[in-house]
Design a protein around this ligand. Structure first.
Ligand code: BV8
Length: 222
């Protein structure tokens, strides 16, 4: 069976990482508009680097939970396309074979001048120079609001081929990810959502499994 899975901050919540909603839209005490847009970075690169340095440190200290491990098991038995909105590396550290990070990764850096990408150091600063063009324009390799998510062609293709689409731990507030269930459903997939509560796009799903991901995902995969 061809399965497409989208994960959000809720799958990492039980590894101790904050979700966007749990902190009432505040991450590390900042409004997302103040730290997760290109304008924010142009305005105050030091603030944005501090925000992502804190999240990079928390992600490094976190461990994958049973939900991450269950998806590795699912990939062994089915044709699975794993798409994540998360920027942590918990899927990889659970040995997930092929993770599509549509919103980028904390572990990557990007040159705002020449577009070069490299592995981010644990702590980044606005003074870091790009290894290729030497400009002091190093930014986190993250997709901010107003920027095009990565790998969209591959994602649309997987959604259109899927027999089953599952959204795990995402509030359905951020597009284009919030439109994936509708896109897959229109192409004939059964759509289910695994969440603590109904998401903003709950109407796009055929059924839902409520509960914490570290309980519901292993049960669903079994
Ligand atoms: C773009 C990186 C276009 C940053 C992030 C309509 C169509 C297209 C775009 C738009 C549109 N309307 C508005 C837009 C613009 C915008 C958008 O969607 N805005 C929203 C606020 C309305 N979208 C964009 O800007 C996107 N880009 O559209 O580009 C374009 C076209 C051409 C050319 C150029 C551009 C880019 C959006 C990406 C932004 N970057 N992340 C960072 O992480 O620092 S978004 C960020 O927030 C996350 O990646 C994630 O996507 C989102 C948070 O969402 P969730 O993961 O769902 O987390 P949340 O906390 O909200 O919810 C947690 C859920 O888990 C809850 O449901 C909770 O119940 C559940 N949960 C909690 N604990 C558990 C649990 N579930 C199970 N078990 C538990 N234990």
């Amino acid at each position: 069976m061809r399965i497409a899975v989208l994960t959000g901050a809720g799958i990492s919540a039980e590894s101790g990482l904050d979700t966007f909603r749990a902190t009432d839209g505040l991450w590390e005490r900042h409004r997302i508009e103040d730290v997760a847009t290109p304008q924010a970075f142009a305005r105050d690169p030091a603030l944005v680097h501090a925000f992502y340095n804190a999240r990079r440190a928390r992600a490094a200290a976190a461990q994958p939970n049973p939900a991450h491990h269950a998806l590795v098991d699912l990939a062994r038995r089915h044709d699975l396309t794993l798409i994540t909105q998360n920027v942590d590396d918990l899927h990889e550290r659970a040995s997930q074979p092929d993770v599509i990070h549509m919103h980028g990764r904390l572990s990557r850096a990007l040159c705002a001048d020449c577009g070069h990408r490299w592995n981010a150091p644990a702590v980044m600063s606005a003074d870091d120079a790009c290894p290729r063009c030497t400009a002091h324009a190093a930014r986190p390799g993250i997709v901010w609001f107003g920027e095009m998510p990565y790998h969209m062609e591959r994602i649309w293709d997987a959604l259109e081929r899927a027999d089953l689409f599952a959204a795990i731990g995402t509030s359905g507030n951020v597009y284009p990810a919030a439109g994936f269930a509708q896109h897959a459903g229109r192409a004939g997939a059964e759509c289910i959502e695994l969440n603590l509560e109904d998401s903003a796009n709950a109407r796009d799903f055929d059924r839902r499994i409520q509960g914490p991901a570290s309980v519901t995902v292993p049960e669903w995969v079994a």
